[in-house]
Ligand binder design. Structure first.
Ligand code: FES
Length: 467
């Protein structure tokens, strides 16, 4: 028998790549199940690194992000079977969070073979060994994760153009609405029914409006409403009160949904505000209708105390017959196109988008649902979201922002409008909103008393993605 050559021996001994998989497991079931696999001498691949948490309900999607960011090629999250959680409901809540986060990662184009979920009990050592084997095979097929935070090749994606907008409303119609808004604001202030009116006033450049706080009846004449009254004024309502007395706030249909969600989240006391719905013909951006407005009927909702239209002021919402006709939502058409692409191309598309982010946080500042006193993106001990303006930091920030808004975003698209890098945040928000609508029958901004979808659960929530 001939001796192998030096070259052949070197090739034989060359290290073959093995995936690194972070397994985030609950202490009471899966960890014990993994231990059971060991004590019963079950063999499984040595590819997983266990991270033990008290309960799957403790698993924040940030843990998954961090694992990828720190070099994991795949992540497995596992807890007790539904009904077996040692904290009774932890895994039910976790299941909803995992569904939303998984859907976000899929939409962004992360290879679905990299993220896995399972329920494994303390007695299921055999299942643990099998799941680790399956997950290792899937991650091995996906290969090393080399494009986290960067596009490995140009995405070359052209999104479909939105449908043609309907004609702009007549100037006289908008002037009539403005006149009625001024009259109502002045009378509310004069009669002492409110201390402030929050509306829109002309901005520094033509065709621009800015938020305006009116305290005196005579200042009501500065208010205006037109097709550039973009700012979602509900953004000023959340958080600790800085003024005393009631505030009247002008709301378009999307702003009314934001106010409804703030009520549902306990950020707003209904008795503190007078909601003045404004019959909205849609907002224009340069020469095009805003994406969201194609499919919006302009209905401000029954929550409003008054509705202002060209015809005048009336208590409550507009009669149903006054709603606008709607068309297909361009965001859905564009998302459908993105989802028809291979995952790798989609990932490259979003990485190219995120690469332009300058971390100005304008999206956060303008969002009515971003009201936390201290944002996790700026916390340093521990630093969950890198503050660096690079692929790693920008990917983490944009994922965290999107996930934080899942089930809460009301689709006003203000984040996309103010983004100086033109990142299509609206597409991500819209995709997640649809996912939660379909999965949990939850429509953000419609029920001031409904629990947000990730703050509740049903024992029979779908779990087709969990082993
Ligand atoms: Fe295991 Fe809650 S204790 S999932």
């Amino acid at each position: 028998m001939t001796e192998p050559t030096l070259q052949a021996r070197t090739e034989t001994a060359a290290p073959t790549w093995k995936p690194q998989i972070a397994a985030i497991v609950c202490n009471w079931c899966t960890y014990a199940g993994a231990d059971m696999a060991g004590t019963t001498r079950r063999e499984y691949p040595a590819s997983v690194r266990l991270l033990r948490v008290p309960c799957s309900g403790r698993v924040n999607p940030l843990f998954i992000l961090k694992a990828f960011e720190q070099g994991a090629d795949g992540v497995l999250v596992s807890g007790c079977h539904p009904g077996d959680c040692h904290y009774v409901q932890g895994n039910y809540f976790a299941r909803r969070r995992f569904a939303a986060f998984r859907s976000l990662l899929n939409f962004l184009g992360l290879d679905p073979r990299r993220v896995h979920f399972s329920w494994i009990s303390a007695s299921e050592g055999i299942k643990w060994a099998r799941v680790v084997g399956d997950v290792t095979r899937a991650v091995t097929e996906a290969g090393p994760l080399t494009d986290w935070g960067r596009a490995s090749s140009p995405a070359q994606v052209t999104l479909p153009e939105p449908p043609a907008p309907r004609p702009q409303p007549a100037a006289a119609e908008l002037e009539a609405v403005t006149g009625h808004v001024r009259e109502l604001a002045a009378s509310l202030l004069r009669e002492g029914k409110v201390s402030f009116v929050l509306g829109w006033a002309p901005g520094p450049s033509p065709g621009q409006t800015i938020p305006a706080f009116i305290q005196r009846p005579e200042d009501a004449a500065t208010l205006v409403f037109d097709t550039h009254s973009h700012a979602d004024l509900a953004a000023f309502l959340a958080g600790p009160r800085k003024v005393s007395g009631k505030v009247a706030v002008l709301v378009k249909a999307c702003d009314a949904r934001a106010a409804t969600t703030l009520l549902a989240e306990g950020q707003l006391v209904r008795e503190d505000v007078v909601l003045v719905g404004v019959s909205c013909p849609g907002m224009w951006r340069d020469d095009r209708l805003a994406y969201r407005c194609h499919s919006c009927d302009g209905e401000v909702g029954a929550l409003c105390d008054f509705t202002v239209s060209a015809a005048g002021v009336q208590p409550g919402a507009l009669p149903t017959g006054a709603k606008r006709a709607t068309g297909p939502d361009p965001r859905d058409l564009q998302n459908a196109h993105l989802e028809s692409l291979p995952a790798a191309q989609r990932w490259a598309f979003w990485q190219e988008q995120f690469a332009d982010c300058v971390r100005c946080y304008a999206c956060r500042a303008v969002c009515p649902m971003c009201y936390c006193g201290s944002c996790i993106s700026e916390q340093h001990r521990p630093q969950w979201v890198p503050t660096s303006i690079d692929g790693r930091g920008n990917t983490a920030w944009n994922l965290v922002r999107a996930y934080h808004l899942s089930g809460r975003c009301v689709g006003c698209d203000e984040c996309e409008r103010v983004c100086p890098a033109n990142i299509r945040l609206d597409l991500i928000n819209r995709r997640l909103a649809l996912e939660l609508e379909q999965r949990f029958d939850y429509h953000a901004g419609t029920d001031p008393e409904g629990a947000p979808p990730l703050a509740t659960f049903r024992p029979d929530d779908p779990q087709e993605f969990i082993y």
